[in-house]
Design a protein around this ligand. Structure first.
Ligand code: PGA
Length: 255
C-alpha cells in the first residue's frame, strides 16, 4: 500500500552540468516504464534545472538538498522553497545528518524547514538518525523519537500526508557499514509507532520511511524485504547510473 521511494542524494559531487545531465538522463531512461515506484534525484542547487530538464519525460522527480524557511529577504546564500519549486523540484531533503553535523542544523531549524516545504507544496524528506556513540550508549531510539517529534511540529495535516522520513544511522553513512535489515526494521517500526501517535489515523500507515546509509546493489533487496522499509536514500551508489538503476529495480531479477 506504500509506494516504494528510491532517492539518490548527490551531495556535493562536483559534476559539471554536462556530467549531471548525462547521469540524470541515464537514470531517466533506465527508469522509463517503471511502475509502482517513485524515483527521485537530489543534485546540488546549480544542477537542479539541468537535471529537471534531463528527466522531464521520465518518471524521475527532482529534489533540493536543503532550503531556507523565509521566502525572501537579506539571507545571503540561502534558497527558498518556491525557488526550488520553480527549478522543477517536487521534493526537498531536510536535516540530513551532514547538515546537522557541519552546518549547525537543529530540530528547531529542521521543523522550520519542514513547515516551509509544506507551505509551498514540496514533499519534505526529513532525515533522522543516531550517531555511533548514541547507539552504543543505548539511546538511539530516544534520539530518533525526539528528532521525529520535534521535526514535525510545524506541519499541517495536509503536509503530514506528503511527509517522507529517512532513517539514516550516522555510523552507516558513507562508511560501507550498512545497518542490518533487522536493525533497520526495528528502528523503522519504532518510528512508525511514533507517527501513529502524532499523525491522524491512517496517515501513519501510509507514510514512507526510507533507509539510508551505504545502500548498494548488493543489499537493497534484503533491506526492501523489511515490512517498514519503504525505500532508500542513496548517496555514493547513486553517482553510478548502473548501480542506482539496479537499486531502483530492486528485487526485479528474482521475479
Ligand atoms: P551513502 O549516503 O549511501 O553514501 O552512505 C547516504 C546519505 O547520506 O544519504
Amino acid at each position: 500500500m506504500r509506494t516504494p521511494l528510491l532517492a539518490g542524494n548527490w551531495k556535493l559531487q562536483p559534476l559539471t552540468r554536462a556530467e549531471a545531465r548525462a547521469l540524470a538522463a541515464a537514470v531517466g531512461s533506465g527508469a522509463r516504464g517503471i511502475a509502482g515506484r517513485d524515483i527521485v534525484l537530489a543534485p546540488p542547487f546549480t544542477m537542479l534545472t539541468t537535471v529537471a530538464e534531463a528527466v522531464a519525460d521520465s518518471p524521475v522527480a527532482v529534489a533540493g538538498q536543503n532550503l531556507y524557511w523565509e521566502k525572501s529577504g537579506a539571507f545571503t546564500g540561502e534558497i527558498s522553497g518556491p525557488m526550488l519549486v520553480d527549478a522543477g523540484c517536487r521534493y526537498v531533503l531536510i536535516g540530513h545528518s551532514e547538515r546537522r553535523q557541519f552546518f549547525g542544523e537543529t530540530d528547531y531549524t529542521v521543523a522550520k524547514k519542514v513547515g516551509a516545504a509544506d507551505a509551498c507544496g514540496l514533499n519534505p524528506v526529513m532525515c533522522v538518525g543516531e550517531t555511533l556513540e548514541q547507539r552504543d550508549a543505548g539511546v538511539a531510539m530516544v534520539v530518533i523519537e525526539k528528532q521525529v517529534r520535534r521535526g514535525l511540529v510545524e506541519l499541517t495535516t495536509e503536509g503530514l500526508a506528503r511527509l517522507v522520513i529517512a532513517y539514516e544511522p550516522v555510523w552507516a553513512i558513507g562508511t560501507g557499514r550498512t545497518a542490518s535489515p533487522e536493525q533497520a526494521q526495528e528502528v523503522h517500526a519504532a518510528i512508525r509507532a511514533v507517527l501513529r501517535e502524532v499523525a491522524p489515523r491512517g496517515i501513519a500507515e501510509s507514510l514512507r520511511i526510507l533507509y539510508g546509509g551505504s545502500v548498494k546493489p548488493g543489499n537493497i533487496d534484503e533491506l526492501m524485504e523489511c515490512p517498514d522499509v519503504d525505500g532508500a536514500l542513496v548517496g555514493g551508489a547513486s553517482l553510478n547510473a548502473d548501480d542506482f538503476l539496479r537499486i531502483i529495480h530492486f528485487q526485479e531479477s528474482s521475479l
